[in-house]
Design a protein around this ligand. Structure first.
Ligand SMILES: [Ca+2]
Ligand SMILES: [Ca+2]
Ligand SMILES: [Ca+2]
Ligand SMILES: [Ca+2]
Length: 291
């Protein structure tokens, strides 16, 4: 299983990969991201008032009499508050199906790898949608490498059942919906390809499958749990200060013993071994005093 996870972890990620950790980090430029977040939210709210979800074609369309605007569709349109780089964003998502798999693994975390179908479109002003700028079917993504709107958005859906039978890869009963993403959780003030700076995006998504508790470095601690500072973001934790973030560091405390081998009780989980009487709440794999 670990081998499979490792293969999935290196699956490539086309254009969605470059939102964070690059040289052009959002945090260091002098653009007013806070003001843009407010503008984006106004844009999205207006858009949601002007459009509805056509269940017969699974498409977002301009509002017509007799239909319920997305903004008023309380059963299916939800939002989530997300703070990134100290700025508060609101991500909206429409749930056509949460997912009803026969084997229920729950929902992916922001660090998991997902197998998806998607179709991305730009929200142009508040009243129109661009053509597709990017789409794909049957492709793996690492959510922590995708735009943040994806990482958070997919956590609201469940994977489906693989019913492939000597034919094309086929899934059923997976999550299906639409993400409405503010620019700050997408390509921000840089844009990308056909996406203009500060443009909000819409993604039709199908979540076919995901690797529950994806473990990028195969050290026995799932990436989502390699978060010792407890801020729900494993992308900022580097216990030994060696420049390798813990979730891709196989020796997290830099003591020369691989994390996977700091498993005294041998249960396959290095996170529940505590052998330092002077520091009984610090797991050995994060404690360089215990090798
Ligand atoms: Ca953290
Ligand atoms: Ca690690
Ligand atoms: Ca170690
Ligand atoms: Ca253990």
């Amino acid at each position: 299983m670990n081998k499979i996870k490792n293969i999935l972890a290196i699956a490539f990620a086309i254009i969605l990969i470059h939102s964070c950790g690059s040289d052009t980090s959002i945090a260091v430029d002098d653009f007013d991201h806070e003001a843009q977040a407010l503008i984006d939210n106004d844009t999205l709210v207006q858009f949601l008032k002007n459009h509805y979800y056509d269940t017969s074609t699974d498409a977002v369309k301009a509002l017509v009499p007799g239909q319920i605007a997305l903004q008023d569709d309380e059963d299916n349109l939800k939002s989530m508050s997300i703070t990134e780089n100290d700025i508060d964003y609101t991500l909206y998502y429409y749930t056509a199906q949460i997912g009803t798999p026969s084997i229920d693994k729950g929902k992916p975390s922001v660090m998991d790898s997902v197998f998806v179908k998607y179709n991305g479109q730009r929200i142009v002003n508040t009243d129109s949608i661009s053509g597709t700028f990017d789409s794909n079917n049957n492709i793996w993504f690492k959510l922590n490498g995708a735009i943040r709107g994806w990482a958070h958005g997919f956590t609201n859906f469940k994977g489906g059942d693989n019913i492939t039978d000597n034919g094309p890869i086929t899934f059923e009963n997976g999550g299906k919906g639409v993400l409405f993403i503010p620019s700050g959780l997408a390509y921000a003030n840089f844009g990308s390809g056909n996406i203009l700076p500060n443009e909000c995006l819409l993604f039709y998504i199908d979540l076919y499958d995901f690797v529950k508790d994806t473990d990028h470095d195969n050290d026995g601690v799932a990436s989502i749990f390699e978060d010792p500072d407890g801020n729900d973001d494993p992308r900022n934790d580097d216990t030994d200060g060696d420049g390798l973030i813990n979730y891709i560091d196989r020796d997290d405390d830099g003591d020369g013993v691989l994390t996977i081998n700091e498993d005294t009780n041998g249960d396959g989980n290095p996170a529940n071994d505590f052998n330092d009487v002077n520091n009984p709440t610090l797991p050995d794999y994060l404690n360089p005093a215990i090798k």
